[in-house]
Design a protein around this ligand. Structure first.
Ligand SMILES: C[S@@+](CC[C@H](N)C(=O)[O-])C[C@H]1O[C@@H](n2cnc3c(N)ncnc32)[C@H](O)[C@@H]1O
Length: 165
């Protein structure tokens, strides 16, 4: 339903009464979800992001790990877009209200240094888990890194009479 409504909304001008009517039909068939927004209108302005996946937050990982959900973690889509726009690789990205550490977690994944402060010890500890995970992922060499690594076999050039002696 969210996908179908997005396509409909993208092709039409927003009509509040019509949206409410669609919602009522869905509700009458017991198909109006209570856990996410099925009827999210699409913005036709490039200044408004209406394509952010609201449910993609670190609470998804919290729930899979069966640990405490945070009250309001930021959407990963928003954090990624802001890090891309306002920082460069190697910069420090700081969130004074770190929560589950979404900002430093994504900053590390994007080649920045992540920093944050957080009052709640449980959130801090859980956030640290994600930051360490991002750091570990970043430190795993890719196949390309291996191709660029200097060979440990001596090349013919190394075998000069000087080197051999
Ligand atoms: C809206 S949440 C931030 C969520 C976070 N950006 C994330 O994506 O997980 C605000 C957080 O700020 C923390 N907080 C509130 N006052 C604070 C303070 N003075 N210093 C540090 N953290 C604080 C709260 O404990 C809460 O986790």
């Amino acid at each position: 339903m969210p996908k179908a409504f997005r396509a409909y909304s993208d092709a039409t001008v927003y009509d509040h009464e019509e949206t409410v009517a669609i919602g009522e039909v869905l509700q009458s068939k017991d198909r109006l979800p209570t856990e996410y927004m099925a009827l999210a209108p699409v913005s036709h302005s490039p200044w408004i992001w209406s394509d952010v996946v609201r449910m993609k937050t670190l609470n998804g990982s919290q729930s899979r790990r069966n640990v405490e959900l945070h009250i309001c973690p930021l959407q990963i889509d928003i954090v990624d877009r802001l890090i891309d726009r306002y920082s460069n690789p190697g910069d420090v990205v700081y969130d004074p209200f770190g929560g589950l550490m979404t900002v430093p977690y994504r900053a590390i994944a994007k080649g920045r240094f992540g920093m944050a402060s957080e009052l709640n010890a449980t959130s801090f500890k859980d956030g640290l888990y994600y930051c360490r995970e991002a750091e570990a992922k970043r430190n795993v060499p890719s196949l390309f890194d291996l191709l660029e690594a200097p060979s440990i076999e001596p090349s013919l050039d190394d075998l000069t009479s000087e080197a051999v002696r």
